[in-house]
Design a protein around this ligand. Structure first.
Ligand code: SF4
Ligand code: SF4
Length: 432
């Protein structure tokens, strides 16, 4: 029985609200909003603090770009503010999400007031948090010890004046960004005639141009030393020194290396934003093992979530460089656009069907759908119970999990119902 067609909305009744909610007003949110508006979609951009910009506003310069981050942001924000497709709310947060792709019903808290709106798709661009731990031997607050972000904020001031010695330490448990920062600082510091030592565990040069930059700064006199575990910091008459043994040398040749330094710059731990868990519950999306939004989804579909119509852009899923974030924003918006023009009738013809007479309303399918694509509808004519599940054609990925899990065999792919299979079986002489 083709029951599903009787009770859910007819294909022509299923519309896609051409409005995108972007959550987070940092660089990734700004780029996402800009891309969506370019494609003609209306955009609501919400930011929980009182101004747009996020962490990018604290950067001094960008990797492989002469753009000034503050000027870049200023220009982008001003152009978004003038764009009549984009509405910006600061001091605002996402509180509730119901419905499915095309017609999410979201509740926002806008400066303390609740507002509900219909949204076609959601782009999460909530960024990450940083945690800086001072090296164990140093008392907190010593002005010579700075995390990379603290260093960025004071870069111009610290890099000016007489030649000084900078030690850059990049610990292994970093996601590429610490290495790239160390390389970009090395280049700028060398240009300003300073001495630079980089201590690292693994130098990650997978990003385009990083290997070349690594060789370039080495040739310009930056010293790279592998190993960050045995660094000993000493202090005498207000001067700091770093002692280590080069782990690359054979034991017999190994001797202590002592570097007197003016500044010690270390990479922060990169953490998921404080609200990530709460937002994942509101959105019914998965978190990755590190607590970011699905960071383990990197190599297949980086910006996709396990729910159609919800996307992750930028550091909320994994810290990344600005040009990559730009591509992610483009990928998310293109996917939204394709969904907005999808042929729902054609999709319905491929979506599994529920026989509401057979359905015992046990909700096994609802719980087992990995894409959270099943809604519950009530007062269904002909249904054995008050309600029945509804497989949303845009949200459903046609994976068949619900078909396999239904204990009453009430779900089947079109053309593969028990009756269809019996007919086929009879055609080849089988007896049923
Ligand atoms: S698993 Fe089957 S019986 Fe249970 S609610 Fe879903 S369709 Fe109905
Ligand atoms: S086919 Fe897969 S994606 Fe579609 S409703 Fe069933 S379990 Fe969910």
């Amino acid at each position: 029985m083709n029951a599903q067609r009787k009770y859910p909305p007819a294909p022509e009744e299923m519309t896609f609200e051409p409005k995108v909610l972007v959550v987070g007003g940092g660089a990734s949110g700004i780029l996402s909003a800009e891309k969506a508006a370019e494609l003609g979609l209306s955009v609501v951009l919400i930011e929980k603090t009182e101004e747009l910009g996020g962490k990018a506003a604290q950067l001094s310069f960008l990797y492989q770009s002469n753009l000034s981050p503050s000027q870049w942001l200023k220009d982008k924000i001003s152009s978004l503010e003038k764009n009549n497709k984009v509405t910006i709310y600061t001091n605002s947060q996402l509180e509730k999400v119901n419905g499915q792709v095309g017609n999410f019903k979201v509740t926002l808290n806008i400066e303390g007031k609740k507002e509900e709106m219909d949204i076609g798709a959601i782009i999460m661009a909530t960024g990450m948090d940083l945690s800086s731990k001072m090296p164990a031997q140093v008392e907190k607050g010593a002005g010579s010890f700075l995390s990379q972000m603290e260093f960025e904020k004071q870069f111009t001031q610290l890099a000016s004046g007489d030649s000084k010695t900078f030690v850059l330490v990049v610990k292994e448990d970093d996601f590429l960004i610490g290495c790239i920062n160390a390389l970009k600082y090395s280049k700028k510091l060398k240009e300003a005639n300073h001495n630079v030592y980089v201590f690292f565990d693994e130098m990650k040069v997978s990003e385009e141009g990083t290997e070349k930059l690594y060789h370039q700064v080495r040739e310009e006199g930056v010293t790279f030393i592998r190993g960050t575990n045995n660094l000993k910091i000493g202090q005498e008459e207000g001067k700091f020194s770093l002692t280590t043994i080069d782990p690359q040398l054979p034991v017999k040749l190994a001797k202590e290396l002592v570097i007197n330094f003016d500044y010690y710059i270390f990479n922060e731990d990169l953490l998921p934003g404080a609200d990530t868990g709460k937002l994942a519950e509101i959105l019914r999306v998965n978190l990755g093992p590190g607590g970011f939004f699905q960071e383990d989804n990197y190599h297949t579909e980086p910006v996709y979530s396990n729910r159609q119509g919800i996307y992750f852009v930028g550091a909320c899923r994994m810290p990344d460089l600005l040009h990559n974030v730009q591509e992610q924003a483009g990928a998310a918006v293109n996917s939204i656009y394709q969904l907005s023009v999808a042929d729902v009738k054609e999709l319905m013809e491929k979506t599994p069907l529920i026989d509401v007479i057979k359905c015992a309303y046990c909700l096994t399918c609802y719980r087992s759908c990995p894409w959270n694509a099943i809604d519950l509808l009530y007062e269904i004519e002909g249904a054995a119970w008050d309600g029945a599940p509804y497989l949303h054609p845009l949200a459903c990925q046609k994976c068949g999990c619900c078909v396999a899990e239904c204990p009453n065999r009430a779900i089947s792919f079109p053309g593969y119902t028990d009756e269809d299979m019996q007919k086929e079986f009879k055609k080849i002489g089988g007896k049923v």
